[in-house]
Design a protein around this ligand. Structure first.
Ligand code: DON
Length: 584
């Protein structure tokens, strides 16, 4: 064919070579993949706040615009979520914050709830020694001593640039003037209103208008005002931290808890202190991951999983392919088995962190891995470390105009925590006690199994999965990220970072991409529904993986900010919620 063409056109050798070259070049071109166009989220020049509610993101962004720094803004956002996102907002709960200052200094604060002094290891067991789940999950005994106000004041003192009263002012106005409820919120309030009535023994702010029997029903877009919470916040603004832990608010809180049969005392509140801790740092290729140390398991597990993945070419395997899903699942399985055995409150346990996150340990843990078939969790125990003696949440990310970055995750644990609503103070109380290992080997509400390291002891902090994380690339600030989602938090944060680091996604794309999760036990890989092809799922099943497709909300609602090469900030606000990025 070519010969005929050549003879027909009497093409010289010279022309023939030129033509051949042309064909080669154009065929190369068609084989080369056009570079993927990144669909960016919200872009901004100098400040970005991404949180679960637009009102909160806006209040934080305004503080920054008026010259405040990221630490001032985080307090305002956290407190505003308490008003506009009572699902998880934190006055009655606790959390963790990881930061990186513009000068590269890093740190983290733990204001996790603690077990009351009257707590005992068997407080949730019946006479036969079996757990009574409802006791650690709902009502007065489920409540841990709240840490949020202590955390916010400690942050303000060490890193803030504005007085607390000024920071709280817009939040107090929000509580007074109200916030418009979204469809998601309406659905949730309607679902929980009967439970609120039952747990509290009377109607509360968040049940009136949401019950089927109510004649005047609240609808999407209606405003909810919380003047009682505005008064509580005003007292805190006027009198400082001691208002919550020793003052009138403390007394009202303790009286309320006692009247409902709880065990938190004034002494418990007085004794509460947030703690500054050294973050967990580790590397994955050219990025440095700065994570939350115990009592959160987030930083350790994330570092372990990255170290187990590092020797493999995840980029080559491709995003959400059978091979990459297998790799991530197997690394997660091994890290969560270790979590269950080794991790707990560092003030009560000796935790071999350096060994757990080392390269050598990661490679030993992965020796049993094969692409041919799943490693059953029954065959995976915690690892062996020589010399070691065994003995509903919300996240937001901020980068300010000065280059400071914060990642903060805070929680009441379950949706609206214990469902106990302190009507004289205007907020829900947590049910964080369920994050303890109520009985060794028994799963908590997230199916997580615990051991002695996380058993209930007075004044101890319960183990958490919250994973507020900051990432550096080539020594510079690159990303701040985190999510709610109970046990799935760690794996959602992991996949989001990998999506940008290895799969060339933007922040918004990385946050929105479909996710999956494995946590050692139960031995099942959970996938977001209808997001992974049948072929992939069948292939995994053939290799021995048990597959389940679950409602997307369970697999996190990631909020992050990415610094682009030219310094522009890209916000990623998870499509799975009402999350909003506000930037300027
Ligand atoms: O600290 C923990 O790990 C849990 N209390 C977090 C709970 C949570 O993320 C619920 N939100 N979906």
């Amino acid at each position: 064919m070519i010969k005929i063409t050549l003879t027909t056109f009497k093409i010289t050798n010279h022309w023939f070579l030129f033509l051949l070259l042309l064909i080669l070049v154009s065929s190369c071109k068609t084989e080369q993949k056009a570079p993927r166009e990144i669909q960016r989220g919200k872009l901004a020049d100098s400040i970005m706040v991404v949180s679960a509610r637009e009102e909160a993101s806006r209040i934080g962004a305004e503080i920054l615009k008026n010259g405040g720094n990221a630490f001032d803004a985080l307090i305002a956002v956290d407190m505003a979520l308490n008003v506009a996102y009572p699902f998880a907002g934190s006055l009655g709960g606790g959390g963790f914050m990881v930061y990186r200052k513009a000068n590269g200094e890093i740190g983290s604060i733990d204001y996790r709830e603690k077990a009351p002094m009257g707590a005992t290891h068997d407080m949730y067991l019946d006479k036969e020694g079996n757990p009574i789940d409802s006791l650690s999950r709902q009502g007065p005994l489920a409540v841990g001593v709240p840490g949020s106000i202590s955390g916010m004041f400690a942050i303000n003192e060490k890193l803030g640039s504005m007085p607390m009263s000024e920071i709280l002012e817009p939040v107090i106005q929000l509580a007074k003037n109200g916030y418009a409820i979204t469809e998601n919120q309406l659905n949730r309030f309607q679902k929980y209103a009967p439970v609120f009535d039952q747990v509290n023994g009377k109607e509360v702010l968040y049940s009136i208008g949401f019950r089927e029997s109510d004649t005047l029903k609240i609808e999407t877009g209606n405003f909810i005002k919380n003047p009682v919470l505005a008064e509580t916040l005003q007292r805190i603004a006027d009198n400082g931290k001691s208002e919550f832990y020793e003052g009138e608010t403390a007394q009202l809180l303790v009286d309320f808890i006692e009247a409902h049969g709880g065990i938190i005392t004034l002494e418990d509140l007085k004794n509460y202190e947030a703690v500054w801790r050294n973050p967990i740092t580790s590397t994955y290729k050219n990025i440095k991951v700065i994570g939350m140390p115990p009592p959160s398991s987030g930083g350790v597990c994330l570092a372990q999983i990255f170290k187990m993945l590092e020797p493999y070419d995840m980029q080559e395997f491709g995003h959400n392919t059978v091979k990459s899903i297998q790799m991530i699942t197997e690394a997660e399985r091994r890290a969560y088995a270790d979590r269950s055995f080794f991790l707990g409150d560092p003030d009560f346990n000796d935790i071999p962190i350096d060994s757990l996150i080392s390269k050598a340990y990661a490679s030993r843990r992965m020796q049993s891995f094969s692409f041919d078939k799943a490693t059953p969790s029954a065959e995976i125990n915690h690892g062996v470390i020589s010399g070691y003696e065994s003995m509903e949440t919300t996240h937001f990310s901020i980068i300010d105009q000065y280059g400071n970055a914060v990642a903060l995750t805070t929680t009441l644990n379950g949706a609206y925590g214990s469902k106990l609503y302190v009507d004289e103070l205007g907020f829900f109380l947590n049910n964080e006690m369920d994050d303890f290992s109520v009985k060794p080997g028994e799963p908590n509400m997230f199916g997580l199994i615990g051991a002695a390291a996380n058993k209930i002891e007075p004044q101890k902090r319960m183990l958490s999965s919250m994973t507020p994380t900051i990432v550096e690339k080539d020594g510079k600030l690159w990303m701040t990220v985190g999510t709610p989602g109970g046990s799935t938090i760690i794996t959602s944060v992991l996949q989001t970072i990998l999506n940008v680091a290895d799969y060339n996604m933007g922040m918004q794309e990385a946050v929105d991409a479909p996710r999956f999760h494995h946590q050692w036990l139960p031995d099942v890989v959970i996938f977001e529904p209808d997001a992974f092809g049948e072929e992939i799922l069948n292939s995994l099943q053939n290799k021995g993986y048990e597959i389940r497709q679950e409602n997307s909300v369970i697999l996190g609602k990631v909020d992050g900010v990415l610094v682009l090469p030219d310094g522009t900030l890209e916000g990623g606000a998870d499509r799975r919620g009402d999350d909003t990025a506000v930037g300027f």
